[in-house]
Ligand binder design. Structure first.
Ligand SMILES: [Zn+2]
Length: 231
């Protein structure tokens, strides 16, 4: 096997390693991507906070209303209990009770409004909580499938690394250095010569050059420096 062919085989392994590594990175990114879940959880937290706020308002509105109703009851019992006989006081009590009663209706409306707000937010909270459950199920499923895929890729990569080591040991170290140096700037350090042209830069290769390459010498393209490989 010529040096160029050995390097070409090494390059094939390197390209597969690269592809595998890219896929592994993507799988790992997707494994750790929980943005949707984080967003849903923060939405739930703010909805719950909102709910708590409205519930507090509802409570204090209920207390205010009870307070008013209690006051009305006390005056009513004075008015109709028969203990108060003074007509002037009775008139004042009636006035007072009328004033209090006129406050009850708007407060009831406020309370009803708050109660329906609570119901609405509770419904929203329920939906978000269900969304979160769904996202968690999806997340677990994804962890399982992607986790499996990850270990498959890792197995393949380990095999490829073994293969690479094996090939590397068979290749002349100077040739290997040349290959590694070109690889720093070129995706492919070894290219085929087809139709007399370097497949890296598409320049026509002088006959003497590709004949040397065909004979097994390690020849680099004069234009792009890639190692030429003739089958
Ligand atoms: Zn070239």
């Amino acid at each position: 096997m010529s040096l160029a062919e050995q390097l070409y085989k090494l390059q094939q392994v390197d390209l597969e390693l690269q592809r595998g590594q890219l896929e592994l990175d993507e799988v790992e990114n997707r494994l750790s991507d929980n943005q949707a879940l984080v967003a849903a959880e923060s939405k739930l937290a703010s909805q719950e906070e909102q709910l708590e706020g409205v519930r507090k308002k509802q409570k204090s509105s209920e207390w205010e209303l009870e307070d008013l109703q209690e006051k009305v009851r006390r005056i009513d019992s004075k008015l109709y209990g028969g203990k108060t006989k003074d007509p002037k006081e009775l008139v004042n009590l009636e006035k007072e009770v009328k004033g209090l009663k006129s406050q009850i209706r708007p407060k009831e409306d406020v309370l009803l409004g708050l109660m329906s707000q609570v119901e609405e937010i509770e419904a929203e909270v329920k939906i978000t909580a269900e969304d979160i459950e769904q996202l968690k199920r999806e997340w677990n499923q994804r962890q399982e499938t992607l986790g499996r895929r990850k270990s498959e890729i890792e197995t393949v990569l380990a095999k490829l690394r073994g293969e690479r080591n094996r090939l590397e040991q068979q290749i002349d170290s100077e040739a290997l250095n040349t290959y590694e140096r070109i690889k720093l700037t070129r995706r492919q350090a070894v290219v085929k010569v087809e139709g007399g042209k370097c497949q890296g830069c598409h320049i026509t290769v002088p006959t003497s050059q590709w004949q040397k390459a065909k004979a097994g010498d390690l020849i680099q393209c004069t234009s792009c420096s890639r190692i030429m490989y003739l089958e």
